[in-house]
Write a protein that binds this ligand. Sequence first.
Ligand SMILES: [Zn+2]
Ligand SMILES: [Zn+2]
Length: 410
Amino acid sequence: MAAEIHSRPQSSRPVLLSKIEGHQDTVTAALLIPKEDGVITASEDRTIRVWLKRDSGQYWPSIYHTMASPCSAMAYHHDSRRIFVGQDNGAVMEFHVSEDFNKMNFIKTYPAHQNRVTAIIFSLATEWVISTGHDKCVSWMCTRSGNMLGRHFFSSWASCLQYDFDTQYAFVGDYSGQITLLKLEQSTCSVITTLKGHEGSIACLWWDPVQRLLFSGASDNSIIMWDIGGRKGRTLLLQGHHDKVQALCYLQLTRQLVSCSSDGGIAVWNMDVSREEAPQWLESDSCQKCEQPFFWNIKQMWDTKTLGLRQHHCRKCGQAVCGKCSSKRSSYPVMGFEFQVRVCDSCYDSIKDEDRTSLATFHEGKHNISHMSMDVARGLMVTCGTDRVVKIWDMTPVVGCSLATGFSPH
Ligand SMILES: [Zn+2]
Ligand SMILES: [Zn+2]
């Protein structure tokens, strides 16, 4: 079975199956309807639309619903046919969609936030709708009563959310670059820990409850894998995008991470190899190779009558080095550096050609991607963003053929 899962032709690319056009503004969320040739979209143009594939092969809206405020987030629960829509005005609205996807009934409005809703998760077990927003809080509300159960405030805008359904842990990413892990109770919550590592706002999170891995994507163009289950604080850095990382999806079976960035970049990371943690950057007043002082080290500059140098860091060993001692660049995929980064001369010499073999594949989505979701069972991906276009992709050429069992993309 393992051999089957791991066969992935590296030269293959995602195949664009369909393009859906019609929204008049940024499409903030697009979700594939399981087992249907259908997509639900939410847009800044204030509409929610359900698109079904017709005999012509084209997608046409079967539902077109206009809201009071731009739609900023969405969650869909297929078994109960519930759609939750977050809006720019802070409200979350719940709808029930009919079996044939031709009708959508309004259920209730939740006064979730004072400002733009950024993410929504629905938990059927607890009957909670959990959401984050630009009012700097995470709130959870009872779907039976519609009442607010609890909220927790952060120091900056809460931008994304993941939730562990078994343990009621919530992960909230924010604009300061922090991720907060909270345990939600019926009316209270406790902060378990905060995860700090990104140098830019957190744009997306993905929680894998089986391997207990958290992935975060940020405006610093990087991804961090937090090994929560390992309990040793192990983190892996993944640098391969050239723009803000906006969406993530981890595929348990094949141990691949799919990530999308603002510039349309789609990366598929092989997480089934042993990767190394990137080192902490060391601090020093002088180059740790040639011992020349850095420019703030006035005393040593005076003593040795030398001019201070700029400080740099070798990405592989973390040492503080001068420009002369780190003149070369190399990729180092095992540490997550898929493009060339600064390394010191001795690290450069230690990197062999085979160490530069990429551990990810990179593809072009050819449009802004601010949201992505996958139907893993069918190997399908849907992307959307500021260009108002929704694209449906067959990812089976890049994500391992075992996913495609019984699936025909046409
Ligand atoms: Zn030096
Ligand atoms: Zn080094």
